[in-house]
Ligand binder design. Structure first.
Ligand code: FMN
Length: 144
């Protein structure tokens, strides 16, 4: 929850699930997320907390992305493994998880994290590629 958030609204809320029956229901809801782990965390936005004076209503997507990434980093620092499953903006997943986890209307599920014990430890690696970086203006190649 140390993640940055637009206007410091911290609009995120979390549902932590370790009940095997609930985890099984969640796996049914997630077509591309059937991994079996002993823990899941659903990251949600509480739209009432996200409301701001500028009436900009979608900054929360960035807030929830930052908080999700922070969880991944924290999980990894504990020697555990996690996978980020995209929930928002897929209507089927939003509707199914909202029902399973009894979310009120003003709470929208954003991402689901499955957390468990990794089968393998991978060395830290980068996906850095110069092709994705431009210098001063788009189109100018950047090289180190
Ligand atoms: C928004 C988002 C949605 C994702 N959805 C899924 C998913 O539904 N199922 C899954 O197995 N992985 C999902 N992932 C994980 C990606 O597949 C994974 O990050 C990518 O393949 C790169 O692998 P790496 O993170 O191990 O480097 C998602 C990641 C993000 C950021």
């Amino acid at each position: 929850m140390a993640a940055p958030s637009a206007m410091n609204k911290q609009p995120w809320e979390f549902v932590v699930v370790d009940d095997p029956e609930m985890l099984a229901k969640i796996r049914q809801d997630m077509t591309y997320g059937r991994q079996e782990t002993p823990l899941a965390i659903l990251v949600c936005v509480n739209e009432e907390k996200a409301r701001n004076d500028l009436n900009i209503d979608s900054f929360w997507i960035q807030d929830c992305s930052a908080v999700t990434e922070n969880i991944l980093i924290a999980v990894s620092s504990l020697g555990l493994g996690a996978v980020w499953l995209g929930v928002f903006p897929v209507d089927d997943f939003i509707i199914a998880l909202s029902k399973t986890l009894q979310l009120p209307d003003h709470v929208i599920p954003f991402s689901l994290l499955y957390i468990g014990y990794p089968d393998e430890q991978k060395d830290a690696h980068t996906k850095y590629t110069e092709e994705a970086v431009f210098w001063q203006q788009y189109g100018n190649r950047y090289s180190k």
